[in-house]
Design a protein around this ligand. Structure first.
Ligand SMILES: C[S@@+](CC[C@H](N)C(=O)[O-])C[C@H]1O[C@@H](n2cnc3c(N)ncnc32)[C@H](O)[C@@H]1O
Length: 273
């Protein structure tokens, strides 16, 4: 089969489609990325050109291929205990302040959780802390890509994904066979996974009254308008005084003033005001 070429005009239409549906903005300089990632979709669908593919996603009327498109265009890099200083602040400051305000339960949402390492890290930390034992805990992990959510539900990881897990937790919560690490079923059972598109108001509205949201390393893929939309929807999903963590290299400075940044041990956590 001759490798099809992605024409400029078709690239722009595909890029606009992805942008409209997911908030993800693919700049001109990343045209090669879209081309490389979609070539397999064309092969699987036995399509001869990107124009045919565009037609399928725009007019086929079923969401299946759009879900596969999201699987193809998203960047899913993640690992257990990523940016550990934020987890220290979560355990050492955020959770105690929620509990001392009289709450008898805690609801955490890992928005854009990819293959599950982030919500499972939170579950391990909950399990490790005595004061958490008696309270109601709910952890929700969500993503726009069904491919990564399927992997999250399987909870079988490579040595690369667990490279930051402290040795004592690795022994306690993972079963190592050959090259793979299977997560303890008790930790697995603590997280519920959902497909939620962060720029889809109807979908985000399903989540309300959250104490803490982790939305790390995803806003970087959105343009300013969709960053504002996603952050405003997250704001509505939080309880008053709820907390938001974004990635260590990200900032809400140009996005919103609706959160109060609190700086603890060189880590910023945002609080709903
Ligand atoms: C780089 S991963 C970040 C994973 C994890 N939060 C972390 O920091 O390790 C970004 C994830 O965002 C997801 N994503 C991209 N656009 C999204 C959207 N509109 N709604 C929900 N998830 C989205 C991708 O599928 C991907 O799994």
């Amino acid at each position: 089969m001759v490798t099809p070429k992605l024409k400029e005009e078709t690239f722009r239409q595909l890029r606009d489609f992805v942008h409209e549906k997911s908030g993800i903005y693919i700049p001109d300089t990343k045209k090669y990325l879209l081309e490389n990632r979609l070539v397999r979709r064309l092969e699987e669908k036995k399509l001869k050109s990107y124009e045919d593919y565009l037609y399928v996603i725009k007019y086929s009327g079923n969401g299946d291929e759009i879900t596969k498109l999201f699987d193809a265009v998203t960047t899913n890099e993640t690992y257990f205990f990523r940016e550990p200083r934020q987890f220290d602040v979560f355990v050492g400051h955020v959770v105690p302040s929620i509990l001392s305000a009289g709450s008898r339960g805690i609801r955490v949402w890992s928005a854009a959780c990819s293959t599950g390492e982030e919500p499972y890290t939170i579950a391990i930390l909950f399990n490790e802390h005595q004061e958490m034992k008696l309270i109601r805990k709910e952890i929700i992990g969500s993503d726009i890509s069904n491919g990564v959510l399927d992997a999250a539900r399987k909870s079988i990881y490579s040595s690369y994904a667990v490279r930051n897990v402290p040795e004592k937790y690795l022994k306690k919560y993972f079963r190592n066979t050959g090259n793979v690490y299977s997560l303890d079923p008790r930790i697995k059972a603590m997280v519920k996974f959902l497909n939620i598109n962060l720029v889809d108001e109807k979908q985000v509205k399903m989540l309300r009254n959250l104490d803490v949201v982790f939305c790390r390393n995803v806003l970087i893929y959105f343009d300013d308008k969709n960053k504002r939309k996603a952050v405003s929807l997250i704001y509505d999903s939080l309880k008053p005084k709820g907390y938001l963590f974004i990635g260590m290299s990200e900032s809400l400075h140009t996005v919103t003033r609706a959160f109060r940044p609190i700086s603890i041990n060189k880590t910023v956590v945002y609080q709903k005001v």
